[in-house]
Design a protein around this ligand. Structure first.
Ligand code: ZN
Length: 235
């Protein structure tokens, strides 16, 4: 039997301690064991750890919102990036998550705006186009102010699927589309790259071919397969 604190399992099923551990264990990077350690560290120092964390969480719940234009998380609406007059509104970088946006901001070289998709298309987990956040990008494209769309998605199968789908949807707007990729390891996501590599990936982005005429403009619906192309007989 171990007397290690981290393996201690509180008995009460719905008690405050058990609830705290359960909530912590659901966070990315924390399993039950790490959650117990974290909970204990918080509970043993209520004034210096637990209460400040509770206050920071309360404040985040109260003040942080998703930007209606780009999907960034911020206390300002629209977010500080969208509202910044020094950002180039003609360049929109499409990223999977706010974590990827933060990574690009840390690299310190990008001065355009963003669209945070809130995920990528994933046939295996059933995530379809209707679940991607695209309305801000659509409004910007329809407003005619966009000169370039940069697809900065991870080098994963789902990232590639999403990029391909977006290329098709962007084609009718006639806006140059580019993608980053240089230096990105297979299976990698943006936020694992160091700042220099990410800046280089952005600087060496490549224009991608889009094929006008074969795709529909943005509509937040799943694309329908068209076997045999246009002119299918009605069934
Ligand atoms: Zn924004």
């Amino acid at each position: 039997m171990s007397w290690n604190n981290a393996s201690f399992q509180p008995r009460q099923e719905n008690g405050a301690i058990e609830q705290l551990i359960k909530r912590l264990a659901r966070l990315p990077g924390l399993g039950p064991r790490s959650a117990r350690k974290a909970a204990l560290a918080l509970l043993q120092e209520p004034e210096s750890r637990l209460r400040p964390l509770a206050q920071a969480l309360e404040e985040a719940v109260r003040a942080v919102r998703a930007c209606p234009q780009c999907g960034n998380l911020d206390t300002a609406v629209p977010c500080t990036i969208c509202a910044d007059p020094n950002r180039d509104r003609g360049v929109v970088c499409v990223v999977e998550s706010v974590g990827d946006l933060w990574a690009l901001e840390r690299s310190g070289t990008y001065r355009g705006c963003y669209q945070v998709l809130g995920g990528v298309l994933s046939p295996l987990s059933g995530k379809g186009p209707e679940e991607l956040h695209l309305s801000g990008l659509q409004a910007r494209l329809e407003g005619g102010e966009v000169r370039e769309v940069i697809l900065a998605l991870g080098a994963t199968v789902d990232g590639a699927t999403t990029r391909h789908w977006l290329q098709g949807r962007l084609a009718p707007y006639g806006v140059p589309v580019s993608r980053i990729g240089h230096g990105m390891p297979m299976g990698g996501t943006l936020d694992v790259l160091d700042d220099g590599t990410l800046a280089a990936a952005l600087a060496t982005r490549q224009t991608v071919e889009v094929q006008p005429g074969t795709n529909q403009p943005f509509e937040i619906k799943p694309p329908r397969p068209v076997p045999g192309g246009a002119g299918n007989p009605p069934t």
